[in-house]
Design a protein around this ligand. Structure first.
Ligand code: FES
Length: 261
């Protein structure tokens, strides 16, 4: 009986001492490894149990704390903390391979960006350019064989009237006989025609833009009734307020085909 009481007292004392020690150890170690601080306690019944581990586990639930380390599964502290292996997430390729891949991605992105910019600019310029119907009006073709000698016709080119005269030999000689000193806008007749018998010029008065009348005026050419400008048989200004000769457009003659523009 005495032996039993002694044993029970001794066990209780040991339990109190060990419990106090374990509580202190638990407070100190739960921050680092709460579920692994202490493994063994002695109950009143003298049964050894993993009480601290159970208390820590119940306090922090299923929360697991790991310490990251470059070494895999290295023990920490009391050797019970397991560090997970992050090796599967680590880069295995060399730096040269990564750099080449980065260069390839940068280059590919640059090429795609340039291609997109080129397509955008091309579409913008295509929309800004003249349409097919406008381009068709940019040039006018005239059959010169249908114009008798000594006659004028007027065609429309880019919204403007164009005078075409089939001049006679007498008119050509008259145009060449004029001295340049008598002209306000000195220009020889040869500089205004490609073929002497065909005179092609814009039918717009150089004063304020009226359309002169053919075969009229004091010089046998064109007369502008708006303010009284007189042009000769070469379309040069001879009298009146107009400052310049009638303008000669760009044209080409191929046989009997005249192309203006
Ligand atoms: S517009 Fe022709 S003379 Fe004035």
């Amino acid at each position: 009986m005495a032996t039993t009481m002694f044993n029970r007292t001794a066990v209780n004392s040991m339990a109190v001492a060990v419990g106090s020690t374990l509580r202190n150890a638990t407070r100190a170690t739960t921050k680092a490894a709460p579920a692994q601080a202490c493994r063994t306690v002695i109950t009143r019944d003298g049964v050894l149990q993993n009480r601290t581990a159970l208390m820590a586990a119940s306090r922090f639930g299923a929360q697991q704390r790991f310490i990251s380390s470059s070494s895999s599964s290295a023990p920490v502290g009391d050797g019970t903390t397991q560090i997970p292996n992050f090796g599967d997430y680590m880069k295995t390729s060399s730096d040269d391979t990564s750099r080449a891949f980065a260069y390839m991605m940068v280059g590919t992105t640059g090429v795609l960006t340039m291609a997109a910019a080129k397509a955008t600019v091309h579409d913008f310029l295509s929309n800004m350019s003249a349409s097919a119907d406008v381009l068709a009006l940019a040039k006018v073709e005239v059959d010169l064989a249908a114009i008798p000698e000594g006659k004028n016709i007027v065609v429309k080119w880019r919204g403007k009237p164009v005078f075409i005269r089939h001049r006679t030999v007498g008119e050509i000689d008259e145009a060449n006989a004029v001295s340049l000193t008598d002209l306000r806008d000195p220009q020889p007749d040869s500089a205004r025609v490609q073929q002497p018998e065909w005179l092609v010029m814009l039918g717009i008065c150089t004063h304020l833009g009226c359309v002169p009348i053919g075969e009229a005026g004091d010089y046998g050419g064109w007369f502008c009734p708006c303010h009284g400008s007189h042009y000769d048989i070469s379309g040069r200004i001879r009298k009146g307020p107009a400052p310049l000769n009638l303008e000669v457009p760009q044209y080409a003659i191929d046989g009997d085909k005249l192309t203006i523009g």
